[in-house]
Design a protein around this ligand. Structure first.
Ligand code: NBP
Length: 482
């Protein structure tokens, strides 16, 4: 087989097929395709003759069809399937060739795989690809890791298929080895928080404001013309407009209220816990999905007392605006926390990640695409060492003008007995962040009391332990081994 394809795709289920078609539609690309079960390959080539695919029957045919340096994108099930395909390619590829994993791999797997494959002189690029099947076909946001050398070959190909936002392709070389999959993971975590916040706004508008789903759809459409403009607000309006054909009711009222997940939100929270980064908005969103799925407990607890208080809404329009402001401020916190997690991950794993560039590639193609990512890109563009997004002037102003509304909404929801875990935890995070003094001093005292964990003082250097049950004198110690 002639070596004529400049790029190949392995794994032709929905994501791989669409990505292969996207690649084939761009000038200059000749695409080889391979799937473990040939029927899928055959079907794709037959249904899309315009793509001019080289349909490989075997992995050997596939490898033989690729021009050097060979470049193949794997789009198979994450986990064992990905490992199996990497092994097959690595056996046949030569030094300088490039293996790209475009699946949703855990970044630590990507770090491991990159190391193994690099030992053979082959480049391994873990590339986060966001945007679902439509994104894969029409233009996703792409977050590649791997070496700068591999990006020289791969970058132009990925740029040719990526979404375009304000004239720029939504792809950047995020960093080495697992950096791309790490950033994709955080993207998904932020997505969880954003979705939960919108759902909480809906709940308030419905159960406090008394609006119907169709009316809330109209409110969201209105919000989508301003600073909340985003894909998630847009599709939520569509979801709320939908009428169930079988019952004639709003579809949202007949959908079972148990949210599922595929695990990237959990990964984000687990990773952030390990890094010591409070991603409370994302964590609450993950927990809210877990709670929603605890059907037996929920049914058993359904009649527990509530003792609620009225949340008076004398002016409906003003209430809608307060919910909007609370949503915006909470959303800013969720993104600030997500970007903090990326910065902490970069420090831990030695990645040089440009946070502004990450914000830019999320402006198009991906699920969290939103107008305000431009503001985030500007903030990090002005100051790459920004300690928190909340300290950037634009975001400080946005939160400042939302604060009153944010507090009234969270307090009102609490009095009315409406759960707003993401709104409330975001506000608490903000208050914790800005507090000059936290009750952590009490925690340190407790730790020293029961475990002699020691503490530091505000007025003198050194490490101290109090003899709590003795004469209560403080003594300076060498750093504790506890
Ligand atoms: P699936 O995740 O459903 O995987 C099916 C593909 O994996 C088929 O091509 C199948 O081959 C292949 N495969 C499996 Br399973 N085990 C294999 C093995 N041991 N060796 C070789 N091939 C194997 O496909 P998908 O839904 O298209 O997703 C592909 C990747 O993209 C996944 O990692 C997924 O997490 C990710 N994804 C991303 C998004 C997004 O928005 N970015 C959305 C959905 C999925 P067969 O045909 O022979 O069974």
């Amino acid at each position: 087989m002639a070596q004529e394809a400049n790029i190949g795709v392995v794994g032709l289920a929905v994501m791989g097929s669409n990505l292969a078609r996207n690649l084939a539609s761009r000038e200059g690309n000749k695409v080889a395709v391979y799937n473990r079960t040939f029927a899928r390959t055959e079907l794709l080539a037959t249904e899309h003759p315009e793509a001019g695919f080289i349909a490989a029957l075997t992995i050997d045919d596939f490898v033989a069809s690729l021009a050097k340096p060979r470049t193949a994108i794997i789009m198979v099930q994450a986990g064992a399937g990905t490992d199996a395909v990497i092994a097959e390619l690595a056996e046949r590829f030569e030094p300088g060739d490039i293996i790209v994993d475009g699946g949703n791999a855990l970044f630590t797997d990507t770090i491991r795989r990159e190391k193994d494959v690099r030992a053979k002189g082959i480049h391994f690029v873990g590339a986060g690809i966001s945007g679902g099947e439509e994104g894969a076909l029409k233009g996703p946001s792409i977050m590649p890791g791997g070496t700068a050398e591999s990006y020289a070959t791969l970058g132009p190909i990925l740029a040719s298929i990526a979404a375009v936002a304000e004239g720029e392709p939504c792809v950047t070389h995020v960093g080495t080895d697992g950096a791309g999959h790490f950033v994709k993971m955080i993207h998904n975590g932020i997505e969880y928080a954003d979705m939960q916040l919108i759902a909480e706004a809906y709940d308030l508008l419905r159960n406090v404001g008394g609006f119907s789903p169709a009316e809330i759809a109209g409110i969201f459409e209105q919000w989508n013309t301003g600073e909340l403009e985003s894909y998630l607000i847009e599709i939520t309006a569509e979801v709320l407009k939908q009428i169930d054909a079988a019952t004639g009711k709003p579809l949202v009222d007949v959908i079972l209220d148990e949210a599922g997940s595929k695990g990237t939100g959990v990964w984000t929270v687990q990773t952030s816990l390990n890094l010591g980064v409070p991603v409370s908005g994302i964590a609450e969103a993950v927990f809210a999905r877990s709670l929603s799925s605890q059907r037996a407990q929920r049914d058993a607890a359904n009649g527990l007392p509530a003792e609620t208080f009225a949340f008076d809404v004398p002016d409906k329009a003003a209430f809608v605006e307060e919910v909007r402001l609370a949503l915006y401020a909470s959303k800013i916190v969720a993104y600030a926390q997500g970007f903090d997690a990326i910065r902490a991950g970069a420090a831990e794993y030695n990645w040089d990640i440009n946070l502004g560039a990450v914000a830019k590639i999320w402006r198009g193609g991906c699920i969290i695409r939103a107008q305000f990512l431009n503001r985030i890109a500007e903030a990090y563009g002005k100051n790459s060492g920004l300690l928190s997004l909340l300290l950037d002037g634009y975001f400080t102003d946005a939160v400042t003008r939302s604060l009153g509304a944010w507090r009234r909404i969270v307090a009102g929801a609490s009095l009315a007995g409406i759960p707003v875990p993401a709104f409330a935890s975001s506000l608490s995070y903000y208050d914790g962040l800005r507090a000059p003094r936290l009750p952590a001093a009490v925690v340190q005292g407790q730790r020293d009391f029961f475990g002699a964990h020691t503490y530091k003082r505000i007025d003198m250097p050194g490490v101290f332990h109090t003899l709590w049950s003795g004469d209560r004198t403080e003594i300076e110690t060498t750093p504790s081994s506890h």
